[in-house]
Design a protein around this ligand. Structure first.
Ligand code: BES
Ligand code: ZN
Length: 655
């Protein structure tokens, strides 16, 4: 546990410095001495079911006031690992008598709050920090004086972030592609926007924004907004997002970035060493955009660009509007992992246009998006690839479902008392996709496509709950063909654990051939060199490796490794599957790659299973702790929060 303890001490020291620096200010926010105990999942399960549409993950009084517009001006201070500046909030009053605005914050230092009464007319306001909740942060309570009685008013907050902000990663030069300049990026979904901007951090509050970002000269800032395509020499960047978005789509990246156009409306921002490779890998993005418009209706966001992040980015991609954030681990050289781009692009309809009202409804974002992603892949790359990706998705879903408590395998999941970021699984993704595929099978593709386009049109720029979706489904699809489905079947999809028996499951003929080849080789009926591995796509390789038996003799593994160079393979997803086999079988020739892999890549999906596998034996656990001690500092706070309990748990069967 030395690493956590050390970083906690370092964190405390930093915190003390900040506290000293701001002593005398009205509120230097500190973690409350006695944190509120969060309700355990078991405790909440005993309560009444969650209220549809009620956001249990905001501390803001969103029923009394609504933020409609944000104006942000921030300095990016790499040395201190701090964002410092002001946020002006235009707020609409919903409750005539409410006298206090409560905002979400997490590890923010608020210096001052003013009411912007008129041009040049500024009134200081009283504010305090409310009770700290370990999952949600601290509400900032701002008392409104009499006189603020207009339907909308503006508040100005002067504040700064803390180095440990959960939504920021300050990447040192050594962890970037160029190695010469630092890199900063944000990850706001699910509830991390509150760690870098004080606001109503709920997916049902939508607002427009302007931002002015000051960065060191020579660096470039980009946001989920209109982005200048040229470098601004003095480092003062201006952004505008004129469509209303929820807070989890607020995003900022700063680094030694360059831009390369791909198509008319598309391009890529990346550090110079990866720019050309990224533009080549993602050359299909313009065509993806056109295909998506044909399938789902107009793209309403103007440009669609990509930002390539450092390898520590904890996700594959993040659908920040106009500018998806992308892991460099999909730069495979053969475009085999570009369904990730189809996925993030598809969120421009499901998620960014029609948004989940609460994190319980995440499947409305992710399940729809996987469904759309697969439609794009089918249209662009054909049936065979579609079926393989769909089947791999089902395999991932099954693996997750086997490990999850049954209650967490429901589409409409009860997340009360928990941080949604700690409950991440494939359920909203592939179970959601299977639900929509089942509807499509029952109603027919033509009817379902028409329904989808109507859905995106009707709910554009709104946030909706599972129950609002269901009402719309009943009125606009089920009513037209009432015999096609029953209400009980839909209820089972939405509210019951597991997969319904009547689900329509994908199948891949290509994988049947891979299964046969694997079986023959494992049974000693053919050599590794005789396998058609040179002709296999990434997907066939993933399937080949993912279905290995629990134990494989070391001689077989070295034979395979010698034939195909798996330990050194450049494709990070194939490497991931291979390293899992290596861990299970203590195949030591792969351990140097394993360490290098875990020390450079921070994508949670690729590293969490490796640590979990290692922790299954005492020797593996020792190796995991050794690697983690070096790797942890490079991980994003979100990844570290996932891995700490895994790596610092006792190893199974000893330790
Ligand atoms: N929006 C998600 C990432 C996310 C979800 C972040 C929930 C925080 C909370 C993004 O669109 C996503 O799904 N990314 C996937 C890739 C995709 C191809 C399945 C990922 O990062 O693995
Ligand atoms: Zn997604």
């Amino acid at each position: 546990m030395t690493t956590t303890t050390a970083s906690r001490i370092a964190g405390c020291r930093r915190y003390l410095l900040i506290l000293v620096a701001f002593a005398g200010l009205p509120w230097a926010a500190a973690p409350a001495a006695t944190p509120a105990t969060p309700a355990t999942p078991a405790a909440t399960a005993a309560l009444a079911p969650p209220q549809p549409g009620r956001d249990y993950h905001t501390l803001a009084n969103i029923d009394e006031f609504r933020v409609r517009h944000l104006e942000l001006e921030l300095q990016v201070l790499f040395e201190q690992q701090v964002l410092s500046g002001i946020a002006d909030l235009t707020i609409e009053r919903l409750a005539p008598d409410a006298r206090q605005v409560r905002l979400d914050t997490r590890a923010l230092t608020i210096r001052n709050v003013w009411w912007l009464r008129g041009p040049g007319d500024v009134v200081g306001l009283d504010f305090q920090k409310g009770e700290y909740d370990p999952a949600l942060g601290s509400p900032l309570e701002i008392d409104l004086p009499a006189g603020i009685d207009t339907p909308t008013f503006k508040l100005r907050l002067s504040y700064q972030t803390r180095p440990e902000a959960s939504g920021l990663q300050w990447v040192p030069p050594a962890q970037t592609a160029g190695k010469t300049h630092p890199y900063l990026y944000t990850q706001s979904q699910a509830i991390n926007a509150r760690s870098w901007i004080p606001l109503q951090d709920s997916p049902q509050v939508r607002f427009t924004y302007y931002a002015t970002i000051h960065v060191p000269a020579g660096l470039r800032a980009v946001m989920s907004a209109s982005n200048p395509l040229e470098l601004v020499p003095d480092g003062v960047y201006q952004f505008e997002m004129s469509q209303p978005i929820p807070s989890y789509l607020l995003a900022l990246g700063v680094g030694k970035l360059e831009f390369q156009a791909i198509g008319r409306r598309t391009g890529v921002f990346a550090e110079a060493p990866v720019l050309t490779a990224a533009a080549a890998e993602f050359a299909d993005v313009e065509q993806m955009l056109e295909t998506s418009e044909q399938l789902f209706g107009p793209y309403r966001w103007g440009r669609y660009d990509l930002l390539i992040l450092p390898p520590s980015f904890p996700f594959g991609g993040m659908e920040n509007p106009r500018l998806s954030f992308i892991t460099p681990t999909v730069l495979a050289g053969d475009r085999s992992l570009v369904s990730l781009i189809a996925h993030e692009l598809a969120h421009s309809w499901s998620g960014n246009l029609v948004t989940n009202a609460t994190w319980r409804d995440l499947w409305l974002n992710e399940g729809f998006t996987v469904f759309l992603e697969r439609r794009i892949v089918q249209a662009l790359y054909g049936e065979r690839r579609h079926d393989m990706e769909d089947t791999l998705g089902l395999q991932d879903l099954r693996a997750d479902m086997a490990d999850l408590p049954p209650a967490d395998t429901r589409l409409a999941i009860d997340l009360r008392g928990r941080d949604p970021d700690t409950v991440f699984s494939n359920v909203p993704y592939d179970k959601g996709r299977l639900f929509l595929g089942w509807l499509e099978a029952r109603f027919g593709r033509a009817a379902f496509d028409e329904f989808l386009r109507g859905y995106f049109d009707h709910f554009a720029f709104q946030s909706i709950s599972t129950e609002q979706f269901r009402a719309w489904l009943d009125a606009n699809l089920v009513a037209k063909q009432p015999a096609a489905v029953t209400a009980a079947e839909i209820d089972e999809w939405l509210y019951q654990p597991g997969l319904p028996r009547f689900a329509v499951l994908p199948q891949s003929p290509a994988f049947a051939e891979v299964d046969a080849a694997r079986g023959e080789w494992l049974a000693g009926k053919r050599t590794a060199a005789s396998l058609p591995g040179k002709d296999w796509t990434t997907h066939e390789w993933l399937h080949f490796l993912n279905k290995f038996p629990p134990r494989t003799p070391a001689v077989k593994l070295s034979e395979l490794d010698a034939a195909f160079g798996l330990t050194q393979i450049g494709n990070n997803e194939i490497a991931h599957s291979w390293l899992r086999i290596a861990i299970r079988n203590s195949y030591e020739p792969a351990f140097a790659r394993l360490a290098a892999y875990l020390e450079t890549i921070g994508r949670r999906k690729l590293i969490k299973p490796l640590y979990e596998d290692l922790m299954k034996t005492p020797a593996g656990a020792a190796l995991a702790r050794d690697i983690y001690a070096r790797a942890r500092a490079n991980y994003h706070p979100i990844a570290a929060a996932t891995l700490d309990p895994i790596v610092f748990a006792r190893a199974a069967g000893g330790g």
